[in-house]
Ligand binder design. Structure first.
Ligand code: FES
Length: 96
């Protein structure tokens, strides 16, 4: 288990390591959108990870290519459907 803190709500959740950020956010009831069902095709699950990035799975080519096409990405950007939670706490910000 690890701790997932979500902005802007500021709520924290205990979540299982090994699940995707997308599933953890959905299970928590946070307002994350997934138009493609987690296939790295829609970009709707774009989030920022201001803390704990190293705890997440590494960015793979398909995610990297999608991120390249999103306006407003930063070095903290991830596709929530592609980022798998590790054991360390993570803070994630859902863009408006
Ligand atoms: S849910 Fe579509 S890219 Fe992540």
């Amino acid at each position: 288990m690890t701790t997932l803190t979500v902005l802007p709500s500021g709520k924290s959740y205990e979540v299982a390591a090994g699940t995707t950020l997308l599933k953890a956010l959905q299970d928590a009831g946070e307002p994350i959108i997934s138009k493609c069902g987690g296939e790295a095709k829609c970009e709707s699950c774009h989030v920022f990870v201001p803390a704990g990035r190293k705890s997440l799975s590494k960015i793979q080519r398909v995610e990297n290519e999608k991120l390249d096409g999103i306006v407003g990405v930063s070095s903290a950007s991830r596709l929530a459907c592609q980022a798998i939670l590790g054991e360390e706490p993570v803070t994630v910000e859902i863009p408006k």
